[in-house]
Design a protein around this ligand. Structure first.
Ligand code: HEC
Length: 158
């Protein structure tokens, strides 16, 4: 009986700690939001693709981010040839990338494809600079490449 009582007390205490945490989080979140000018609508254009395709697209996106990480690491250790290959093989513009961008962005029209192409051709430029051993230029292209990623994120959403 005593044990049950202690257990019940512990559960009760945990629950009340949980509740006060949640309240704290909520008011912190509210404060943060108000500092940003209050709640906003997500006005980006939604890609009209079925849920399983969104899942697939997100997977492709995460592998793009992995490629960016690997390119950065290769440039950091001055392995320009390696960076060139990763950029070309994973992010470079080719027929299959074009097909993929067209399928995912079909509902969004030309703008999505243009933003996709701009990112992929920037990866090709990065690859060329790295292949030529020009690490500084490759790093400049890397910075632009990341901007290219976000230009699309600013316009489109799932
Ligand atoms: C042509 C458009 C476009 C380009 C270019 C693009 N993305 Fe995305 N990305 C999207 C869309 C749309 C989403 C979905 C956002 C959402 O969840 O609403 C997304 C989501 C993501 C996500 C979140 C994945 C997840 O698991 O939720 C990551 C990470 C990401 N992109 C990385 C990148 C990187 C890195 C690049 C550049 C190398 C890039 N993206 C280029 C359109 C693009």
């Amino acid at each position: 009986m005593k044990r049950i009582l202690i257990a019940a007390l512990a559960v009760g205490m945990l629950a009340s700690v949980g509740a006060s945490f949640a309240e704290d989080d909520h008011s912190k979140m509210h404060e943060m939001m108000m500092k940003q000018g209050g709640p906003k609508q997500d006005t980006r254009t939604e890609l009209k693709i079925p849920e399983p395709m969104k899942v697939m697209h997100k997977g492709v996106m995460r592998s793009h981010l992995d490629a960016v990480s690997e390119i950065t690491a290769a440039l950091a250790s001055n392995e320009t040839g390696k960076a060139a290959n990763i950029a070309k093989d994973n992010l470079g513009w080719n027929e299959s990338q074009e097909k993929m961008c067209s399928v995912f962005g079909e509902s969004a029209g030309k703008e999505f494809l243009d933003l996709g192409k701009a990112m992929h051709t920037k990866a090709d430029e990065l690859s060329e600079a790295a292949k030529a051993g020009n690490r500084d230029k490759a790093l400049e292209h890397l910075a632009s490449l990341i901007k290219n990623c976000n230009s699309c994120h600013a316009k489109f959403r799932h």
